[in-house]
Design a protein around this ligand. Structure first.
Ligand SMILES: Cc1ncc(COP(=O)(O)O)c(C=O)c1O
Length: 422
């Protein structure tokens, strides 16, 4: 059966066959996976790429002079080039493999912030942030005497360039902002913020954990200095992520970890280190994960990030309308106001809501029984929950493989939840 999608050219049926898990059931019902904001499903090509390394190569990189080790190194380097192309970084030294977006944020905060921030310097951020792009900065502020300042959000949780300007001072050194809220899907006006950061002489850090998986990103035209993201949210494996950084900034920074693979020469008392990216990649990396990451970004590119973003917009429009019809539903974030047609910025494919005064976990438990997987709770974004005035939300998040029918099943399951708790 062909699944409804407004764009007739979007190959939804083919895409669904490429994700083996979509043929399975949960609690005896066909799986409706609406939790890609937490982690995405994996297509067979990614599994195959990892399996090939594990069963046919298996050797360590950069170390051996034998064929298998050389092959491992070639595949590893190919993956770096694929990720570089995916975000249009200028050169491969600007793409560091990490274990996830959280580690990437910590490398920036401790490698750059801890080294260069001084007492009284200011770090600008927002209440939209995932803890991964907030807690490391809190730690670095405490260690250096720098101050954290928050951009005032508008009533539905948006950031305007004027609001950003209102907190910029001559002490602004860092602006650390999410590319897409993992709670509401809201995408701040990054280009405007980049221009403000440039004028202020501040380093601009973008948390791309949600953005990069769902929208085309070109770090050069965006004008960010750092970008963090995780493979597992973009069809790749868990345990691997990336940090993009401007070469001159990376070169000036200290690594977070020291040890093998990142050194040039080691004496008894001291050592000298390689350049980028190696100095940030000490120890044996997640080789199969990195190779799977490369396969994932090539897979996404094959479909096209514009096409994926367009598909998600259509799913979101359907979800806003259908979920909004469920009695007692409260939807959070800019989608309620600007609709899905845009406004100052486009929303990503995430819908956060609550159902009457039911606890999000209770709602999630009934949905689980209907085969519908959603996220419930505070989504590692407690300041955002405080802003919304709720302890948590139910979050449905969409990706390239989701369908209108799955959203309809979510709506049916929400109506069932109301019956169960009536
Ligand atoms: C916006 C955002 N930033 C950072 C992260 C952290 O990603 P990871 O857990 O892969 O490090 C997440 C994960 O949900 C996220 O949604």
């Amino acid at each position: 059966m062909s699944r409804r999608t407004v764009s007739r050219t979007y190959p939804i049926d083919r895409i669904r066959t490429e994700f083996p898990i979509l043929g399975t059931t949960m609690r005896g019902k066909p799986l409706a996976y609406l939790d890609s904001g937490a982690t995405s499903l994996k297509p067979q090509v990614v599994v195959d790429a990892e399996l090939h390394y594990l069963t046919r190569i298996s050797a360590n990189i950069h170390r051996g002079v034998y064929q298998l080790s050389e092959e491992a190194t070639v595949r590893f380097d190919e993956a770096r080039d694929s990720v570089r192309q995916f975000i249009n970084a200028g050169d491969e030294g600007e793409v560091i493999f990490t274990k996830n977006a959280t580690e990437s944020s910590n490398i920036i905060a401790f490698g750059w912030g801890r080294k260069f921030l001084k007492t009284g310097d200011e770090i600008i951020t927002t209440e939209l942030e995932h803890h991964a792009n907030l807690v490391p900065w809190q730690q670095v502020a405490a260690a250096t005497g720098a101050k954290l300042l928050f951009v005032p959000l508008d009533p539905v949780g948006r950031v305007s360039p004027d609001a950003v300007e209102s907190v910029v001072t001559e002490r602004t050194r860092v602006m650390a902002v999410t590319g897409m809220s993992n709670v509401t899907g809201y995408m701040p006006p990054l280009r405007d913020i980049a221009a403000i950061a440039r004028r202020a002489g501040a380093v601009f850090v973008v948390d791309g954990a949600q953005l990069v998986s769902h929208h085309p990103v070109d770090v050069q035209s965006l004008g960010c200095d750092f970008l963090t993201f995780s493979a597992h949210k973009m069809c790749g494996p868990t345990g691997v992520g990336a940090l993009y950084g401007r070469r001159d900034l990376l070169e000036a920074m200290d690594p977070l970890l020291y040890g093998g693979d990142m050194i040039v020469r080691v004496g008894k008392e001291s050592a000298t280190f390689k350049g980028v990216p190696d100095k940030f990649e000490s120890g044996t990396p997640n080789i199969s994960g990195v190779i799977g990451f490369g396969a994932a970004v090539r897979y996404l590119q094959g479909i096209g990030m514009e096409a994926i973003a367009g598909h998600e917009q259509e799913l979101l429009a359907h979800a806003v309308r259908r979920v909004g019809e469920v009695p007692g539903v409260a939807i959070y974030g800019p989608v309620t106001e600007q609709g899905v047609a845009g406004g100052v910025s486009e929303p990503g494919g995430i819908l956060s809501f609550n159902l009457g005064d039911l606890h999000p976990h209770d709602v999630g438990a009934v949905l689980d029984g209907e085969g519908v997987a959603v996220r419930t709770g505070f989504h590692c974004a407690q300041p955002m929950m405080q802003f919304l005035g709720v302890p948590g939300t139910v979050r449905a998040s969409f990706y390239l493989y989701n369908t209108f029918e799955e959203i309809d099943r979510l709506v049916d399951a929400l109506n069932k939840t109301l019956e169960v708790f009536s």
